[in-house]
Design a protein. Structure first.
Length: 434
């Protein structure tokens, strides 16, 4: 067995054995397999796919490349949530404290934004003092004390995925369903969770553009969850237009605070409730979705969920005055509105274009080493289906990069479509799988 022979077998469409996959991944981590050989295997997988058994073997190999957490000494059924990423997707920041406030421990290890999609960690770090870089030991301490921990990925958990993802990112092999499945599930299983709820985005602003592929990904993820005895469910949600009205790191925190106060956007709350219902049932604190929904609404209405968010924010070093008085947060130096030039209805809002516009404003990154500006972002005043007259405010851009404003405004003009007749009502929750 040599790296060359394994690459050749996969290139020719054969299934790899557990031993072959384990050997290749472990040899890559020790340096015996070179980056160019790993890239060759990734490309062979991209074109030929993997069987469910191969995908399970790859997930095992990823997990075995680092440490796994043992959370058995923490009471309760530990349940996490994962989203495949989107524009304006700040669901986790409300969802995790909400679920923890209702008695289900949530060990959440999240990532940073890359490309047109934002990252939960970048959003949390826009809160002054909020720290997300903790050891595994401190992560467990936070979880035990608060029922919740919101941290970034560590070097000790699934290091193989971190190195291989970097190669996938520069070799056009990101959009491979088996590679996506192994990447997501290895990290989640290594966290020590008991259950997982997945938010699989599909549409122009998602990695999965159509529902068929999104459902295929969801089934693959659920199969791996079952392989590891982790109860796993998935919902398919639309990412044709941004979620909520605010896109950008601190702007999304502001919208999360609105949700905690009970007046968040309807589409954002719908996504939160759909995921929360599944998490509470898996966590054993609700028997039905209606019971779970009622408990969630009560936790938001009474401030119970917001108190949990303030508790974990303080525990992770944040100055919670910024959350209590968000209006005092400093704003970007440049604020410009995009106004409507014609009458009609908002027919579509291209989430992909809006996401990249945010990156140009400074709210995101194209390379892992890029820094993000917490003040930059976009506020939407109209969503799909809204009536528009000339002069209406459509969007507001915020940036500290004055030089990018003309280019961004042109991109945003291309991102919208206004037509005389109203479009069909936009549907957010497209399917649910378990």
């Amino acid at each position: 067995m040599t790296p060359y022979e394994i690459i050749e077998r996969k290139r020719d469409g054969h299934s790899l054995t557990r031993e072959e996959i384990n050997y290749f991944i472990s040899s890559f981590m020790t340096g015996e397999v070179e980056d160019y050989q790993m890239t060759a295997l990734l490309m062979a997988i991209y074109f030929n796919g993997m069987t469910p058994e191969e995908t399970a073997h790859l997930t095992h190999a990823y997990i075995n490349s680092g440490k796994t957490l043992d959370l058995s000494d923490i009471q309760g059924i530990k349940v996490d949530k994962h989203s495949t990423g989107g524009v304006g997707d700040k669901v986790s920041i409300v969802l995790a404290p909400l679920i923890a406030s209702l008695g289900v421990p949530v060990p959440m290890i999240s990532g940073r934004g890359l490309g047109h999609t934002g990252g939960t960690i970048d959003k949390l770090e826009s809160i002054p003092g909020f720290k997300t870089n903790f050891s595994i030991e401190h992560f467990k301490k936070l979880l035990k004390q608060n029922g919740l921990a919101l941290i970034g990925q560590t070097d000790n958990i699934v290091p193989a995925d971190k190195r291989i993802y970097a190669l996938r990112d520069v070799t056009a092999t990101i959009n491979s369903i088996p590679l996506i499945i192994a990447s997501i599930m290895s990290k989640k299983i290594a966290e020590g969770i008991d259950g997982l709820v997945l938010d699989i985005k599909c549409g122009v602003g998602a990695f999965m553009r159509d529902q068929k592929n999104a459902e295929s990904l969801a089934r693959g993820l659920i199969n791996i969850g079952n392989e590891f005895d982790k109860r796993t469910t998935a919902i398919i949600t639309s990412m044709d237009q941004p979620l909520g009205y605010k896109i950008g790191n601190w702007l999304e925190i502001e919208e999360c605070i609105d949700c905690f106060k009970g007046n968040g956007p309807a589409d954002l709350l719908d996504a939160i409730y759909a995921l929360a219902e599944n998490m509470l049932i898996i966590g054993g604190v609700a028997k039905t979705k209606s019971e779970a929904r009622h408990n969630c609404e009560h936790a938001l209405k009474t401030g119970q969920a917001f108190e949990k968010f303030l508790e974990i924010a303080k525990a992770q070093g944040a100055n919670i005055q910024a959350l209590l008085k968000p209006a005092k947060y400093p704003t970007a130096s440049q604020i410009v509105k995009l106004k409507a030039e014609k009458r009609g209805y908002m027919s579509s809002l291209n989430a992909l274009e809006i996401g990249f516009a945010c990156v140009e404003l400074g709210a995101g990154r194209l390379r892992a080493e890029d820094k993000v500006d917490p003040q930059a972002g976009i506020i939407l005043f109209k969503k799909t289906g809204d009536k528009i007259v000339p002069g209406d405010d459509l969007m507001e851009i915020r940036t500290n990069r004055a030089e990018v404003i003309p280019k961004v405004l042109e991109r945003l003009k291309r991102s919208i479509s206004i037509k005389l007749s109203a479009p069909p009502a936009a549907k957010l929750i497209l399917a649910e799988l378990s």
